[in-house]
Structure formats: structure tokens, C-alpha cells
Design a protein around this ligand. Sequence first.
Ligand SMILES: [Zn+2]
Length: 794
Amino acid sequence: MSRLAVAAFAAALLAPLIPDAGAAQRPGPPPAPPARRATPARRQPAAPAIPRPRSILGFEPGDDRKLVEWPVLVRYFQALAKASDRVDYREVGKTTLGAPFIALVISSPQNLRRLDQYRQINAKLADPRTLRNTAEGLDALRNGKAVVLITSSIHSTEVGGHLSPVALAYRLATDTSAATRNILENVILWLVPSLNPDGVTIVSHWYNGTLGTPAEGTSPPELYHHYTGHDNNRDWYAFTQVETQLTVDSLHNVWHPQIVHDIHQQGPNGARLFLPPFLDPVEPNVDPLIMDGVNALGSAMAWELAGQGKTGISIHATYDAWTPARAYQHYHGGVRILSETASGSLASPLDIPLARLAEQSRGFSPRERSWNFTPWPGGHWALRDIVAYQADAAYALLQNAARYRDRWLANFLTIGWRAVRGWRGWPYAYVIPARQDSVPLGTLLGTLARGQVEIRTAQQPFTVGGQRYQSGSFVVVLRQPYAAFAKALLEPQRYPDRRVFPNGPPERPYDVTAHTLPLLLGVQAVLVQDSLRVPLSAPLPAALLPKAARAYGGFGAGEAPRVGLYRSYAASMDEGWTRWVFDTWKVPYLPLVDSVVQVGNLKEKFDIIVLPDQAPRAIGEGLPRTYPAPYPGGMAAEGAQALRQFVFDGGTLVALNEASRFAIQALLLPVRNVLEAVPQEDFYAPGSIFRLELTPDHPLTRNMPPTTVAWFEEGPAFDVLDTSVVRVVARYPSEPDRVLLSGWVLGPEKVAGKGALLEVRQGQGRVILFGFRPQYRGQSQATFPLFFNSLLLR
Ligand SMILES: [Zn+2]
């Protein structure tokens, strides 16, 4: 332990003793300027009045059936920042579709004037190694501000989140109460009104266009994030999307918030609001002090809102804290407060009698009082309620951050110090050999670097576990501020075997169970338990890391196949991810919608048709008849017939994961899904990494090693019924205990030895059945070649 670390730790321990640490004892801030909207005559001549939301939006946030597109919201925030000395406006970058991606910073005028100074203080607390002595640590604790990042409307159909940032920002800009003054004095708030501005426009445009029709309140017939749809908040470790990158690079990594609050909505028939604590399991690399903070803050917010008379708030329910895909800050010193308010029908109100509330939810019943829930009596539920729950919850969070500023900062420093010191029982480091395929290696190192993981290189050759490593090998020492991020992503996951009741069905994780990047990328990363006896470089600047050159070299000039990518109006996230992979790796394709499929003659237009992962029923039946033409109805029988003809005419149909079940049915393939109708007690793997054995000498396995991985998520596994036309290209190991590499599986014997990737010949063409997701969320580069090779079959 270095002396600096000792000093930092001492500072953290001493924090409660610092006089004048609590806001209550501070000399009061200068009186806030009078509310400038009060009487025009009293206004300072130069200061414009704080604009009311109505003046630009045309309505108050929460008015029934009122949504606006993103540019209108941007105009409001610009006007607010122009008029208020408590609010600054920043354009952080551009979204996927080119809209401004913005943030507001809100604090007292004097804090805003010294923003850079507070950033520097906070950066020292984030990395205790930068504190020169105890006095500097104490100074930082005394003078720092609590940094809070509030993000909203990443899921664009959760439309309260479009508007509650307006309500919150207006309140903070105008309110003269002691509570708001205390917030402004002690907190620097970064408010991102939308993590997905493109989706605000997509949803508002659809909603306003269908208002007063049978489709009012329905979700748009497209993904509300161009590439990822709802998966856009499953990107917080892979950083594939522009919006994630902007938030991480410009806000998280610069401002190191102690508290991050992400505003969401859930279904209409459960609790009115969920707040943490989260359910188990908690991912084991998260510092327990972070979870303590989550529990304390979520509970305090629920208590505050209950005191205001709000009912129907559940805590410790529904949502677990396993995946880093949703929680960057859990690995970067901050707490994550997820709020999930009950939805309406987009901006249209609902009447929800008590009897319609779910009888049972995970962790509570929405109809019964329990320790973690006070029932809401049922009744009218409107956008105004949603905005009130969201904005008041955010305000309660800010009050807590202001009141306990000293505790938030001291704990933040302690979390950093413990990470730098290293955790008992953790390995010393991971070694990542330098001589590996450059694209996935560059992706792995770039991902770690974006997560602010320090990467060093060995300056001499060395030997570990009988293996020789060259000079220049990359080394990630697990004693550094964000070691937990590195460890969580580099190690295999062992998800606990959780059941609804003993020996009963599995308890469904909220998201997936595995996130081991070296497996997904096909890169070697070697755990080193004890110290390495080799000199290491200083942490490498990002510019010196190998770059992931993302260009697929599979097509020669003029050789590119004509690829049609099926695009259901019942939008499939996997279709979006497939498009992202194609766009990023420069694979040309055309979108293929139901009406084009149904016309037939597909072989004249396409060599390859890809069916992304989607449930057979969603492909076949699509959207309901409440949608206007051309959206409802799905592919239907005519579409299935046209695909069958396409294959008989010599086309290649590539079906991914659940879409393989559609292809088996629609084309009557001599293949059986061995998992069809198998109950979850007997087999379950909700997003896990399996071992995959490949058949050599098949065009699909060209340039592949003999074994790789499969991202398994509710996919089929295959028995072959006619070996004269079906070839198994990849299968799971025949020993059940070798199937799982990371995550969770129940009943691996059900898939052991079964087919995972098949080529089925029909007529002049063929069907390629993937039983897994070869381009899972843009991450599983290990199996991209299988997918790309399938596009080259002729
Ligand atoms: Zn959401």
C-alpha cells in the first residue's frame, strides 16, 4: 500500500469529522435572484424572463396527448439556459441520425463560474493516487460538490421521460425555496434530457400522426433507436453506439458522477414507481459500498415521495443488478438509481381499476401491502402522473445528494481507494498476448480503454504457468480505479442457480447472464494470480493501442452478393443489430419488408435473404390490425411461400436463432428443434456463452478455429431427420459439463452433442439455420465469420 493510498484512506475515514461538512452548517449561499418571471417591472433589464415550458412547447409537460419532436425540446432548453444563470447548455455531439445530443449543467451561478475547478477536485477523488497528501484529500472532500448525472428517455416510448427533464430543469431554474438553494449550492447536476434524441422524434412523430385513430398509443412500427431499439441501454460496456460513446466519453469519464439516475417507465399494471434496492443477484465485482449507496438512496427517495402522499412505490422488486450492460457507473465509483414509472398509452391516459393490476410481481404484489410496497388504489393514470412521479423522484434524489454531500464524496473516495489497493482474493492481472487477430484485439483493448482501464505492456519477455509471453504483451493490473470493470469483462461469469421455489422453475434474470469479452471476441486473455516479475510500461495512451480496423475483407470488387435483410414492422432489435454490423463492416444489403417478400420472384433480386432473430409468430403475423396499412399482418402464408420458392430457385436463406424455427416450419425442413416445448425446469440458458465445435472443411467454417463460442439465448438446438440433405456445420460438445463457458445453463445434457448450425439443401438452394446469435448485440466477433461466410454461399 503506497503512502498516498494510506493518506487517501485516512481522508475518507476522517470525512465525518470535518467541521462544516454538512450543508446546514455552511454559510448560506447568497440569496437567489428573485424569480424573474414574477413581475416584469422588477426584472433586471438585461436578464430575459425564464421561459415557461408552455411558451415554447405549446403546453405544460404532462398535458394529456401532448408530445413534441426533439428540435422543440432543444429550443426550450436553449432558451432556458439563455435566461437562467443556473443553467448552461452544451451540445455534446450528434446522434446516429444527426440530431444534437445535448446536456445541461445546473448548479448555483457561482458554482457554474468555477466548474472546471470542481471537475478537477472530483477527478482527484475519483483517483486517490493523484492526491499528494492527506491535506489535499481533506481539502477535496471539504470543497468538492456532489456530481449527479440524470439521464432520461433512452427508451423513447417511455414518453414521460421526454418531458420530466423539462419540468425538473424549470423547477431548478426558478424555485427560490431553501431546498432548491441547497441543491444548487451542493450539487453539480448534469442533465441529459434524452439519451436517444432520435427516438424522441420517431415516437412523437408516430404518436401525433396516429392521434385520434385506432393506432393512437401504439408503438411505432420501427425501432426507436436506428440500430438497437430497446437494446440501447444494453450497450454500457460494449460502447457500440454513438450515443453511448458520447455519454461515456464526455460525461461519465470527465465528471465521474457519484450518483447516476436513469429515468425509465415500466408496464402500466404493476407498481406506479420502482426504485432500488435492486433484487439479487448483484454482479460480484461491484464494490459493496456502491450497493449500500444504491439501497440508501433509493429507499430515501421512496420515503420522500411517500411523505408527499404518493402511493404504489415498490422497492427491492423486479430488477436485479447483474449485467454491466446497463450499469457503467457500478464499475466507475457511482451508484445507479433506476426509476421505472408506470406507463400510460404513450401520452394518452389509461383507466386502471384495481382488478386490472397484476396479482403478483417479482418481489411484491401490486394489490397488497408489504414491507416494500404500499398499494395504489387504482383509477385514472395520465401523463401528468408520470411526469410528477419522475420529476419529483429526481428532485428527491438531488435533495439527498445535497444533504449528504460529505458522505457521498467520502464514500466515493473510499471506493476509489479500495480499487487502487486491490481486493483480497482477486488475481494480480490479466495478460493479453499482443500477437492476435488485430480486429478483435483492437476491439477488446479499445473497449477497456474507453472504460478508463489502464493497460500496460510488458517490457521484457516473461513466463507464466509454463507459457512464454513476448515483450509487448498487454497487461491489465487489477489494482487501479476501474479494475472491477476490467475484471467483470475479462472473467467468465458464474450466474447463481436461482429458482422461483426449491427445485422449481428458474428465476428469470432481468437481462442476460454472460458478458465475457475475450470469449465473445475470440481473443486470449490470461489470468495471472500472483505478481508478475517483469517490468511494465506506464499506462498506454489510447493512441498507442492497436486499432480495430473494422472492414470486412470478404468481398472482392463486384463479387458482393445481393443481400436482402428482412425487416419486420413488428420491429426486431436483432434486425437493427444486424444492420449495424453490416454498416460497420461494409456489407451491402437491401431492406426487405413484408410486401416485397409477398410479391415473390425473390431470386431475381437477391442471392441471400437474412431473417434476423425474431419469434416465428412475430414474423408470420406481425403487427395487429389496429395499425394502418402497410404495417399489420406480417409475412403471412404468401410470404412463407415466396421464401420457399426463393430457396428452390437457388437462393440462400440464412435464419438466425428463433427465426430458424420459423424457417423449419415455413419450409418444412427435415430438422427437429430438440428444445421445442421443453419446460424451463429441464433446460434454461437465458443469454449464456456456450462452447461450439465446428466441422472442418465446410465453407461456413472457413478461417475459423476448430472450436469457438455460441451466444445462446432462447434459441433452438437441432436433430437432423434426413442426413442426405442436412449437414451439421457446428454442434455443442457431447459432454454436458463442457457446454457452458460463461453465464448459466440448466440441463446442458438437452443440447449436448446437438446441432447448433446446419446447412439444409432444398431444390437448387439452401437454408442456413443458426441456433444461436452469431452477431449478438454487435459484440460476438468470434462468430462474425460464420455469419459472413454464410453470405458468400452460392
Ligand atoms: Zn426503459
